[in-house]
Design a protein around this ligand. Structure first.
Ligand code: PLP
Length: 358
């Protein structure tokens, strides 16, 4: 269940946080962080400057949703996909003059937009800072290309404020020099969710928001500003009373010490509920109560202890992630137990799980 009102609330909260100065690129890669590309794109298309996707295929999927908002490709474009990116009018981000020359040839008579990237610390893409001005000058001179943006990416905005502040200061200086060398650049952008929350004063033109838009803060102190948009529900398939000594699930890693009432739920690791959560104190919500997951998570089913929850019946809703009554399982809780991050929990939710929008 995805609450589109929450998505819009989070967008407004980010705009407020950055003082209304910056526009927002809604990052919708990986099926909008598992929230469903079409539903999210349609909920936000009137209110964001751009959508950010990882690659050509995701951009084309977005076009199939009939949204006309500009599409920005966040990852390096494969050489054999450059022509299609140019033809679709997507905006690539270029890391070297070779890429720029290739797009210049493909841009055609109407030309195409592109941004330039500088690597200020992420180590993944972008020109080295010392070569940025020369790169901008050379790219600006290429026919067919309209260089409209200058970008960098932050590796530690939620973990290392000192490093990030230095990075942003460097980017700010480079940005001025690069825009001087390439006057067609009208937007500089560096901030992801954590960056926008922690360093809102460094959002000159555009922020690239993913996780926070979906209502999860990379840092706990900003969670109150946001509303989680996703609630992951499954249903009870069976309720059973078991005797003491009954093993549960593969490997019989859990054996009941006393008679219990258990519910079998219709979700498993093939839905994206991480198998690593087995035997790690994981809980689900049933009847507004936290119920322990028993034994190993299987492909399609998990068994939970409902001894303390009266009246549980087949067909009842269970919440794997999100709120039920007064209880809540935040994405961070699952992520910590699974030794990962909310980004991976969300993008792990498989297509078998139906997305519904309210
Ligand atoms: C995924 C991505 C983002 C969004 O990051 P969040 O932390 O989810 O806000 C921003 N910029 C780039 C380059 C990305 O790849």
């Amino acid at each position: 269940m995805i609450d589109t009102q929450a998505l819009r609330h989070n967008l407004a909260a980010l705009k407020r946080r950055t003082g209304g100065r910056a526009q927002v690129m809604a990052v919708v890669k990986a099926d909008a962080y598992g929230h469903g590309l079409a539903g999210v794109a349609n909920a936000l298309c009137g209110e964001v400057a751009m959508f950010g996707v990882a690659n050509l295929a995701e951009g084309l999927q977005l076009r199939d949703c009939h949204v006309n908002t500009p599409v920005f490709v966040l990852s390096p474009v494969m050489p054999d996909e450059r022509a299609a990116v140019a033809a679709a009018g997507f905006i690539p981000v270029l890391s070297d003059i070779g890429e720029a020359r290739a797009f210049s040839v493909l841009a055609g008579s109407s030309g195409m937009e592109a941004h330039l990237a500088v690597d200020t610390g992420m180590g993944r893409a972008g020109i080295t800072p010392g070569d940025a001005v020369e790169f901008a000058r050379a790219a600006a001179a290429l026919p067919g290309l309209r260089i409209t943006g200058f970008a960098t990416h932050l590796p530690s905005a939620d973990e290392d404020a000192e490093f990030t502040a230095a990075q942003l200061a460097q980017f700010s200086g480079l940005s001025a020099a690069v825009r001087n060398a390439c006057p067609s650049i009208r937007m500089s952008h560096a901030l992801n969710s954590a960056g926008a929350l922690v360093f809102p004063d460094h959002a000159p033109d555009l922020i690239r928001a993913g996780l926070a838009l979906y209502g999860v803060s990379p840092l706990p102190e900003f969670q109150d500003m946001l509303q989680p948009a996703l609630e992951w529900q499954t249903r009870v398939g069976l309720v059973r009373d078991i005797q003491a000594g009954q093993g549960i699930s593969y490997g019989r890693t859990f054996v009941s010490g006393q008679p219990m009432r258990v519910a079998t739920l219709a979700a498993g690791y093939a839905d994206g509920y991480p198998r690593i959560l087995s035997g790690r104190g994981s809980v689900v919500l049933l009847g507004g109560r936290r119920c322990a997951v028993l034994g190993r998570i299987t492909m399609d089913q998990i068994v939970v202890d409902v001894s303390a929850v009266p009246g549980v019946r087949a067909g009842d809703s269970a919440v794997l992630l999100g709120r039920q009554g007064d209880e809540c399982i935040p994405a961070w809780e699952l992520a910590h137990r699974a030794e990962t991050v909310p980004w991976e929990i969300f993008t792990g939710i498989q297509q078998r799980v139906t997305r519904l929008y309210t």
